[in-house]
Design a protein around this ligand. Structure first.
Ligand SMILES: [Fe+2]
Length: 263
């Protein structure tokens, strides 16, 4: 398999350890988890939000989205946090309708997201064999940590099927589910991964506050949920997640972008 061949989803595996138990004593645990991830399993850590509740965070992010205009900010050292309204924009490599807030480690914020949840980057760093506190306060080797709160609004939110770049900057993707978007009208939730060319909506098996890791080369996307008429830009309905990403700085060409996948 070359390094960009998409990988089929295998199954959900529920970790017997919490993320902190692994980062405090990683011996023998990372190799085992790495093998599971490389086989296409998605590993779930239950109830990992220890500082905030998912509903608190959704309220916080929605208020930011309601009270800020979009600004185009290149990702670079000391750049400001920003909001983005990605509304089926032809500039995007992967088609998308999503509202997001991005946070960088050098900026403080009301809910202390980086100090509260840096453990997820520590886990990511262990998987990469990098120093455990890489990206704690600054960019390193042309890449930076970026916590992204994503809202896929009911009625319009979607994300085209794609794989994410893999490299020494990140070997796994890390997500906290805040709201799957499941309700009486939307039974499956929007997020899916691909297995045998079929979409698997596994978030139906998770709860808000659960954290999961997976291989960046498992094709994944978000299906639009609910009727178009249910869309309301002021509403918080839909799928919400927190993504613990590592991104290249704008002038670093050595890390590739996400790849669109036809299914
Ligand atoms: Fe992705």
């Amino acid at each position: 398999m070359n390094s960009l061949t998409p990988l089929d989803f295998k199954e959900l595996v529920f970790s017997e350890y919490s993320v902190s138990e692994i980062t405090n004593n990683p011996k023998n645990k990372i190799d085992y988890l790495n093998k599971l991830v490389n086989e296409g399993n998605i590993i779930v850590f239950k109830n990992e939000l220890d500082k905030h509740t998912p509903t608190q965070l959704i309220k916080y992010f929605k208020n930011i989205l309601l009270n800020n205009l979009e600004t185009m900010v290149p990702i670079q050292e000391k750049c400001p946090n920003y909001v983005r309204f990605s509304h089926s924009d032809e500039r995007a490599e992967v088609p998308i309708f999503c509202d997001s807030v991005s946070f960088f480690p050098w900026n403080r914020d009301l809910c202390d997201l980086f100090p509260s949840y840096f453990k997820f980057y520590q886990l990511k760093n262990l998987f990469s064999g990098a120093p455990i506190n890489r990206y704690l306060r600054t960019s390193e080797n042309g890449a930076t940590a970026r916590i992204a709160a994503h809202h896929y609004p009911e009625g319009k939110g979607f994300l085209g099927c794609h794989t994410d770049p893999i490299g020494s900057h990140q070997e796994i993707t890390c997500t906290v589910l805040l709201d799957s978007g499941i309700n009486d009208q939307c039974k499956l939730g929007g997020y899916y991964v691909i297995k045998n060319k079929e979409k698997v909506f596994f978030e139906i098996n998770l709860n808000p506050g659960d954290f999961y890791i997976g291989h960046p080369l498992i094709p994944h996307g978000i299906e639009a949920q609910g009727k178009l008429s249910s869309f309301n830009p002021l509403s918080s309905l839909g799928r919400w997640s927190l993504l613990f990403a590592v991104n290249r700085l704008f002038d670093n060409k050595s890390i590739s972008d996400s790849k669109n996948i036809e299914i």
